[in-house]
Design a protein around this ligand. Structure first.
Ligand code: NDP
Length: 251
């Protein structure tokens, strides 16, 4: 299927990696629906893409934690496009971000509050599962459905257990565990959808300069959408149920 015939919905696409993903897919001719919990921010992002010559773009007000928004986007996509080719579950929060590189940070594993754990999982995990379930009937209507879950190497239990790994000893437990759960969702859903045209993969975009990634991140924002665009446009014989690290091919 030509990129020009595809439609993508990207959550949290008003800024950061989500907006870069929208930009990358828009440049390929994919019709892009930008989800933004703040309506004005979404509109601004869509206007910016249009000003760059990306014409097939629209913004919808969308909060991943609101079930009514899930129903509304399903209705909208069905009415306007009749299908969904690409779902990028990008919106995410890092409420215990202060612990990323700080072994003495607050909310370590032994002290993290249930409130932080719950709110982190609500956005990074429960919302992804619920939204994907709601949109799956529309994704099944695509001849080449692609689901991309924005994960992180911080969700890798193997790396957390490897003393040689750069993330060894990091303690953002709520964030990390939410991404581990997300990776489990990727693998299980991919198994369930084997034999269909749908591919489901997790992405580690790299450590990217965004509001979440911070200014010390080595990757420029302009590089930040590459992994998710790669997974969103995998060929029909491409992998499913995998994890792509900074655009590296999946195992
Ligand atoms: P940003 O903080 O720059 O952007 C996060 C986006 O998610 C924003 O658009 C934000 O909206 C949105 N969002 C948060 N909560 C909700 C919600 N309830 N409903 C709708 N949208 C919401 O982060 P990044 O661009 O850096 O991160 C994007 C994804 O990539 C995340 O899943 C993150 O975990 C992952 N990632 C990022 C890395 C990095 O180095 N930056 C590394 C590895 C993974 P708003 O503007 O309204 O706050």
């Amino acid at each position: 299927m030509a990129s020009q015939d595809k439609v993508a919905f990207i959550t949290g696409a008003n800024k950061g990696i989500g907006l870069e993903t929208a930009r990358g897919l828009g440049r390929l001719g994919v019709a892009v629906v930008i989800g933004s919990r703040n309506e004005a921010n979404g509109r601004e992002a869509a206007d910016a893409l249009r000003a760059e010559g990306i014409e097939k773009v629209e913004a919808v007000r969308f909060d991943v934690t609101r079930p009514e928004d899930h129903q509304e986007i399903a209705r909208h996509l069905k009415e306007r496009y009749g299908k969904l080719d690409i779902l990028v579950n990008n919106a995410g929060v890092a409420l215990d971000e202060a612990n990323f590189g700080d072994p003495n940070g607050v909310n370590t594993t032994s002290t993290v509050s249930s409130d932080i754990l719950r709110r982190t999982f609500e956005t990074n995990f429960f919302a992804v599962v619920a939204l994907t379930q709601t949109l799956l009937p529309l994704i099944r209507k695509s001849p080449a459905g692609r689901i991309v879950n924005l994960s992180s190497i911080l969700g890798s239990l193997a790396l957390h257990s490897d003393p040689q790994s750069p993330i060894y000893g990091m303690k953002a437990f709520a964030y990390d565990a939410s991404k581990t759960a997300l990776n489990a969702f990727t693998v299980h859903l991919a198994h369930e959808l084997k034999g269909t045209a749908i591919k489901v993969n997790s992405a580690h975009p790299g450590w990217v300069k965004t509001d979440m990634g911070g200014s010390a991140a080595p990757m420029e924002l302009s590089e930040g959408g590459k992994t998710s665009v790669l997974l969103a446009t995998l060929p029909d014989n491409g992998p499913t149920g995998g994890f792509s690290h900074v655009g590296e091919p999946l195992p």
